[in-house]
Design a protein around this ligand. Structure first.
Ligand SMILES: *Cc1c(COP(=O)(O)O)cnc(C)c1O
Length: 399
């Protein structure tokens, strides 16, 4: 699998090879025979593996239902559609997140309202949410992101938006393994959406999951992920399956394949181990970076649990070189990094199509200038972490 990950990195950074890439897709050994078995079975699309992955995933996050889909973006769209809101209803979300959530809102026929973030958490606070909501005269729903895997208080944000948790969809693309207080992300709000994209902390390559305790929403997502066809239409090619089906609702083609599910099941079994490793890496970074002047460590939660999907520092003015210069200098030393995120109001389409607070986004602007995501995946070594920290020390001293 290292080969595939190298290919991804090479494509993202043409002409450059990294000794410590920003992220590598670590696939556990168990996944290889599992995929071979699916390939040999004669059934590779949605089937028993998907059903088993859904059951195991639901248990893992203690949700009643889990519905496997093709991506977190599809999970968000189908969950939002499942709220059955009037077309054009407003949905508040962070400006400091990935564009997938905004596009999901739009594809569900709804209108994103961008909220500013608190400069310390890089996520919306009760204040920034209520300010954005007051400005547009109320919202019908909210998408909450746990940025980098740091828990955010979903209930508090919902209250600030004047909403119940039944109108909240969580974007948990960073948050498999995150706990808000003593609750695993996955059963807190109406629907929670996970990503298994190549860079995430349970990587498959592509894939997503909706978890919910709501039977009706689960049924709606299940139907809509497969063209809106009647529930078990995928079984029509299995022995005993009939050819008849109905299309009961508007839908997408967003099912997960058994190949993906077989990888996902294996990855889920090793998830405790890979998360422990992420925690160790974050602790090692903390210990080293605490001694580098001008760099601020990522926030640790007072309660709950961080999933360490990302390890993002802030490059302060006193560091010397600015964030962009640090990225270039690290790349010259063979170290890959990234920025999470370019705020949505900086992206041409979302600038045009989303509702914005009149006061702008002072919190998000500050975060965007300084934030830097360092290499993090569960396959990196202690020596990799040290190489990144040595390079940062050198770059800081070179000003
Ligand atoms: C990656 C990501 C997504 C999209 O996930 P896909 O599975 O690629 O659709 C959504 N939200 C956030 C915050 C992400 O980082």
């Amino acid at each position: 699998m290292a080969q595939t990950a190298d290919l991804v990195v090479a494509q993202a950074n043409p002409g450059r090879t990294f000794s410590v890439p920003f992220t590598r897709t670590g696939i556990c050994d168990e996944a290889f025979p599992a995929v071979r078995e699916v390939l040999a079975s004669g059934w590779v699309t949605t089937g028993q593996q998907v059903l088993d992955f859904e059951r195991e995933f639901a248990e893992h996050v203690t949700a009643r239902h889990a519905i496997a889909v093709s991506s977190c973006t599809a999970a968000l769209e189908l969950s939002l559609r499942g709220l059955h809101l009037p077309a054009g209803s407003r949905v508040v979300m962070s400006t400091n997140t990935f564009c997938g959530a905004a596009s999901a809102i739009q594809h569900a026929g709804l209108r994103p309202v961008l909220a500013d973030v608190d400069p310390t958490t890089a996520m919306p606070s009760a204040q920034t949410i209520s300010a954005a909501v007051a400005e547009v005269g109320g919202v019908s729903a909210m998408v909450v992101v746990h940025l980098a895997g740091l828990p955010t208080d979903v209930e508090e944000l919902a209250a600030a938006a004047g909403l119940g948790l039944d109108r909240v969809v969580e974007d948990a693309a960073h948050a498999l393994g995150t706990f808000v207080g003593d609750r695993a992300v996955g059963s807190i709000s109406r629907a929670t959406c996970f990503s298994f994209y190549a860079t995430k902390n349970l990587p498959i390559g592509e894939g997503g999951m909706v978890t919910t305790d709501d039977d009706e929403l689960a049924e709606s997502v299940l139907r809509a992920r497969m063209h809106g066809m009647s529930r078990d239409a995928w079984k029509r090619y299995l022995p005993g399956g009939g050819w008849r089906y109905d299309v009961e609702d508007d839908g997408l083609k967003a099912n997960m394949t058994d190949l993906q599910a077989a990888i996902g099941r294996a990855q889920l079994r090793s998830f405790g181990r890979t998360q422990d490793r992420r925690g160790q890496i974050a602790a090692r970074y903390d210990a080293r970076i605490a001694g580098i002047p001008g760099l601020t460590l990522p926030l640790r939660p007072l309660t709950g649990r961080h999933a360490w999907h990302l390890y993002a520092v802030r490059v302060g003015d006193s560091f010397g070189p600015g964030r962009d210069e640090v990225i270039t200098s690290l790349a010259a030393r063979g170290i890959g990094t990234s920025v999470h995120f370019i705020p949505l109001h900086h992206l041409a389409w979302y600038k045009r199509s989303c509702l914005h607070p009149a006061g702008g986004f002072p919190g998000a602007e500050g975060v965007y200038q300084q934030t830097l995501s360092l290499p993090l995946d569960h396959v990196m070594s202690d020596a990799d972490v040290d190489a990144v920290c040595d390079a940062l020390t050198e770059i800081g001293e070179s000003r």
